[in-house]
Design a protein around this ligand. Structure first.
Ligand SMILES: NC(=O)c1ccc[n+]([C@@H]2O[C@H](COP(=O)([O-])OP(=O)(O)OC[C@H]3O[C@@H](n4cnc5c(N)ncnc54)[C@H](O)[C@@H]3O)[C@@H](O)[C@H]2O)c1
Ligand SMILES: O=C(O)[C@H](O)CO
Length: 319
């Protein structure tokens, strides 16, 4: 008999076809996150679940379902801070993610935000769309020339390194970084053991750490106070790594030149104060939003389900 899985969002057909071949599959037809009751029912009624961003499998949810039928949450996405992994493991539920499949696309999104913020592209686009553009002149909308400047990476993991390489090879930037553990890198990069010291040195500070309790508000008022007034912040990690109120204050006071954000502290809510600012570029969590990337992520999550449920093995991307 086929094992039964729940896929928590509609996914591309290239992922669903092999899923149907391997399992009895229910695909939830909605794009919003699972409710608490949906998560509890999923733990009770399925052998495996493919949840994603926003599906908050908290300790309370696991506590409500002693002895769950579900033995694996194969997360669609690399970031799994929405799943309480200690509680999952305590309930006998393995958790896996999709590392690597997301790296290049997310690094490309970081580059988009670096260039858009530095060169004031959002502001410029709004000007043209408004009909108020009065024409080119030599001092119109001058931004930061990125080539040859210094980028600081907070979290030099897979995505951080892909961003650093793009900055170094494509834009001749110097690379500096702050990370939890020392890195053996194939390009020149200066490690810092103080985040504020790094922030003070760089022209662009890019956040690429995982979300979770250890990184909550890692980037706060002290970091913005340390940054140069000409510097830009980019966040492609998780929204609550940056203290949003402190960022808004820094942007309002021109303590920093600009910011580029793909993620938000209270996503999908984006404060009006942030939306009112000209010196910030706002993307709707587009990091991995390309069809082939989403297919790769889905196939990787499926591989984890197959290894665990059909092969009796530890999933290749267990966390
Ligand atoms: N915007 C998006 O769509 C998008 C897409 C993919 C990933 N992400 C986010 O990016 C994160 C990073 O992904 P990855 O694949 O590069 O992960 P990774 O584990 O390879 O890299 C994370 C790096 O952060 C470092 N780190 C962890 N805690 C730290 C701390 N407290 N201080 C300093 N450094 C710390 C680690 O040493 C590691 O080098 C994911 O966890 C996810 O939340 C966002
Ligand atoms: O972590 C990731 O892979 C993206 O943010 C989507 O969840």
């Amino acid at each position: 008999m086929l094992k039964k899985i729940l896929i928590a969002r509609p996914l591309p057909e290239a992922v669903l076809a092999p899923a149907y071949a391997a399992f009895e599959v229910d695909v939830r037809p909605h794009t919003h996150p699972l409710s608490g009751d949906e998560m509890r029912n999923a733990l009770r009624d399925y052998d495996g679940v493919m949840p994603t961003l926003g599906d908050v499998f908290s300790a309370e949810v696991f506590a409500d379902v002693p002895n769950p039928r579900c033995s694996i949450l194969a997360n669609f996405g690399v970031g799994f801070n929405h799943i309480d992994t200690d509680a999952a493991h305590g309930a006998g539920v393995v958790v896996s993610n999709t590392p690597g499949a997301v790296t290049d696309a997310t690094a490309d999104t970081a580059m988009t935000l670096i260039l858009m913020s530095a060169r004031r592209a959002g502001e410029g686009e709004r000007l043209v769309r408004s009909g108020a553009w009065a024409g080119w002149h030599p001092t119109q909308m001058l931004g930061l020339h990125v080539t040859g400047k210094t980028v600081g990476i907070v979290g030099m993991g897979r995505i951080g390194q892909a961003i650093a390489r793009r900055c170094h090879l494509g834009f001749e930037m110097q690379v500096a970084y702050f990370s939890r553990s020392p890195k053996d890198l194939d390009f020149k990069a200066t490690p810092y053991d103080s985040l504020t010291a790094l922030a003070a040195e760089v022209d662009v500070l890019v956040v690429a750490v995982p979300g979770g309790a250890a990184t909550h508000h890692l980037i706060g008022a002290d970091v913005f106070a340390a940054m140069k007034p000409t510097a830009h912040l980019v966040n492609i990690a998780r929204g609550d790594v940056v203290e949003e109120a402190a960022l808004i204050a820094a942007l309002q006071e021109d303590d920093i030149a600009g910011a580029g954000l793909d993620v938000y502290e209270f996503e999908p809510q984006v404060p009006q104060a942030l939306r009112d600012l000209e010196n910030v570029v706002l993307l709707p969590h587009l990091g991995t939003a390309a069809l082939e990337v989403r297919v790769d992520m889905g196939l990787m999550a499926l591989d984890n389900l197959v290894a665990h449920l059909n092969g009796g093995q530890t999933p290749p991307n267990a966390v």
